[in-house]
Design a protein around this ligand. Structure first.
Ligand code: ATP
Length: 313
């Protein structure tokens, strides 16, 4: 086929622990990632030229070679020159529904969609793990975005172990429209402030990252224990983002006061999410938090946990 339409879901971090520094300069992480059904729509169309052309309806998203979706197409061209010669270039159309620079892996999931879509369009027949290996060359969250669902992610975030699907939870997300946090800033600042507590020897890093597999949150997920999942959320990056952005701290407190199962900043923020047992409860929480904060720039998104990553529609 010459055209593919894909849905690219956002992710939230149910757990994010920074363990230490790796020899390659990245942080060693232990995370639990969850896809949600807030998704961008990506259309790919074979354009019969030698070029990648990209369009996005969101003014903050670059449409040049710095766009992660563009870079994903470049990587595919580099890896599969024969397929590119046969099928030609591609038009990439991104309809942004995931807020930008929000800690929800918006760019990463767009790149994952391009990898999946070009694999189909160019009839390459790549396996999920082959796609994930390519994805890891582009960015740490992109391998997860391919298959999605619920997973433990270690290493830089690219080493994945699937967890059982969670279908009994609803999520409400909130973000101040004009607020964005740079992921690079959050990790650099964390390093400046807390690197004295990092684990550095490779054996201890390995042992610590293995421990997340037997941790409280994994056990709560295995038992679909919604209350315990809510109580076990964790994100080390809150230690640097909350003091710098009081609005994020205020949102978190407002969710707590509204009596949710649990609340946490996602990734490097500034999006804060809260878990509820039903959609009705999520809607009530939205009203309560909107009234408590009373700021017209505050936007809310209601979503559910998603069992998959990139989907062809
Ligand atoms: P993560 O959670 O993976 O750290 P994020 O959700 O915080 O990512 P993104 O929405 O991916 O952040 O955007 C971060 C920056 O990446 C944006 O400011 C934008 O300039 C750039 N960017 C490049 N490609 C994209 C894309 N396809 N969609 C959104 N932003 C993109």
């Amino acid at each position: 086929m010459r055209s593919y339409s894909l849905l690219a879901p956002a992710k939230i971090n149910l757990y994010l622990e920074i363990l230490g520094s790796r020899p390659d300069g990245y942080h060693e992480l232990a995370m639990i990632l969850q896809s949600i059904d807030l998704a961008d729509a990506i259309d790919l169309h074979a354009n019969g030229t030698d070029n990648i052309r990209l369009h996005c309806d969101h003014p903050q998203v670059p449409v040049d070679k710095t766009n992660l979706a563009y870079r994903a197409a470049q990587l595919m061209i580099h890896q599969f020159p024969d397929a590119f010669a046969k099928f030609g270039g591609v038009d990439i159309e991104i309809e942004k529904r995931i807020p930008v620079a929000a800690g929800l892996a918006g760019g990463s999931t767009n790149a994952a969609a391009v990898l999946v879509g070009l694999d189909l369009m160019w009839q390459l027949g790549l396996t999920q793990s082959e796609l994930q290996e390519l994805a890891a060359q582009l960015g740490s969250d992109i391998p997860f975005c391919i298959g999605g669902g619920t997973a433990i992610a270690t290493g830089r975030g690219e080493r994945l172990s699937p967890l059982p699907d969670l279908d009994n939870l609803h999520v409400i997300l909130a973000k101040h429209r004009s607020l964005g946090v740079s992921t690079a800033w959050a990790y650099q600042t964390y390093r400046q402030q807390f690197s004295s507590s990092y684990i550095s020897d490779p054996q201890s890093l390995k042992e610590r990252s293995a421990r997340v597999h037997s941790g409280g949150l994994v056990s709560a997920i295995a038992h679909k224990d919604a209350a315990k999942i809510g109580q076990s959320l964790h994100n080390d990056l809150e230690r640097v983002v909350l003091p710098k952005y009081p609005q994020v701290q205020q949102l978190r407190q407002a969710f707590e006061t509204a009596g949710v199962l649990g609340t946490m900043m996602s990734g490097s923020g500034p999006t804060v999410f809260a878990l509820t047992a039903s959609r009705t409860q999520a809607e009530l929480v939205r009203q309560q938090v909107a009234t408590a904060i009373n700021d017209p720039s505050l936007e809310f998104f209601l979503a559910q946990f998603n069992p998959t990553g990139i989907k062809v529609v």
